[in-house]
Design a protein around this ligand. Structure first.
Ligand code: MRU
Length: 356
């Protein structure tokens, strides 16, 4: 059964219910976010994580931001609060573009709504924002499924697939991106084995990907991150498939730290390297991956392992959460709009623009 990472409960006065991913796999616990402060914390501390999921969560967060009555409940105040909530939630994490894509889309559509509706009020605006958040959520579910359908052919019978971090249902509103490809291949009855990198420092691969694949009945082995090259040398890996946090116009792709090393290892061993991502993860405003901001996270994540201190007090730490894989090392990007083989500035534009 596929997990549902998040769900809006109720009407405009409702709340956002999240699976608390910090506590998996030991505990399956739901978290209720009832204001933007709680949601900001949930995004920052990775209770909800994965590029598409944080975009959808932030979209619903804008509804939460509009729930408190303002002094005169005017439309102007409601628009101002919407703008402030956009800025606030977008500042929770810097790399995944879906966060900015979702908040900016709602801000822009809200402006159009107000401009086109002379009778608009704070109440109707709030309803409009909820309907937009619902639309973003539903589109994500659909995009995930299409990515799986478009990408399943890359998983051959009896093959070994390597993945990194978690690009599963937990990272989206639907059935994931990289894992959606695996779920669809599995649904077709294909047999294959997945190696899930544990993904230090926060272990999204071991904790979340292994949990999702095991529940789905897909053969999965967890490996430490430093084992990938050796598995490739032993011909155990036939394809690498990961998700993405932001894809530049030329196809350069930011994803969880460690993805870049895998792309180099895959090239060296002649193994195809696939990125699975929805169109909402593309940032056509930047030309190359060099412009993607990389989140730096706290030293604690590196100096402790599951709460136990593993490095000396006061030691210096460098902890970038993402890296950038060069387009030339990506065999194809699997999107809901089609597969971009040999991604470059022209093939990316052709796929994203020609679809409309
Ligand atoms: O720090 P995280 O756990 O949010 O990082 C997530 C990833 O790197 C995923 O691979 C990416 O967001 C794609 S999720 C479909």
């Amino acid at each position: 059964m596929i997990a549902q990472a998040l769900k809006w409960a109720g009407d405009v006065d409702g709340f956002l219910e999240l699976v608390d991913q910090r506590r998996l796999p030991a505990e399956f616990v739901k978290l209720q976010c009832r204001d933007t402060g709680q949601l900001y914390e949930a995004i920052k501390t990775l209770a909800v994580r994965g590029a598409p999921a944080i975009g959808v969560a932030a979209a619903y967060g804008l509804v939460l931001g509009m729930q408190k009555p303002t002094p005169d409940d005017s439309l102007e105040q409601a628009m101002q609060i919407l703008g402030q909530s956009c800025e606030y939630l977008a500042s929770a994490r810097p790399t995944a573009v879906n966060l900015f894509w979702a908040t900016e889309r709602i801000r822009r559509r809200a402006e159009e709504f107000v401009a086109g509706q002379p009778e608009a009020t704070a109440v109707t605006l709030r309803e409009f924002v909820l309907s937009e958040a619902n639309a973003i959520c539903a589109e994500d579910v659909d995009m995930c499924r299409r990515i799986g359908v478009n990408g399943q052919k890359f998983i051959k019978e009896d093959s070994g697939i390597l993945t990194h971090c978690n690009a599963g249902a937990l990272a989206t509103a639907g059935q994931g991106t990289a894992l959606s490809v695996m779920f669809e291949a599995h649904n077709k009855g294909r047999r294959f084995k997945v190696y899930a990198d544990e993904t230090r420092p926060l272990l999204q691969g071991a904790r979340l990907t292994a949990w999702e694949l095991q529940r789905a009945g897909i053969d999965v082995s967890v490996i430490c991150d430093n084992m990938a090259g050796w598995l490739m040398a032993q011909d155990k890996i036939n394809a690498v498939i990961t998700g993405a946090d932001r894809i530049a116009a030329n196809g350069d792709t930011a994803n969880k730290i460690g993805t870049y090393s895998l792309s180099i290892l895959a090239r060296e061993h002649g193994i195809p390297f696939y990125i699975a991502a929805p169109s909402s993860t593309f940032d056509l405003s930047i030309r190359t991956g060099a412009e993607i901001p990389i989140e730096q996270r706290s030293a604690d994540e590196v100096t402790k392992f599951a709460g136990t201190q593993t490095a000396p007090d006061g030691v210096d730490v460098y902890n970038p959460a993402f890296d950038v894989t060069q387009a030339r090392d990506i065999t194809a990007i699997i999107t809901e709009r089609g597969v971009i083989e040999n991604p470059n500035i022209d093939s990316v534009a052709e796929c994203l623009v020609s679809y409309e």
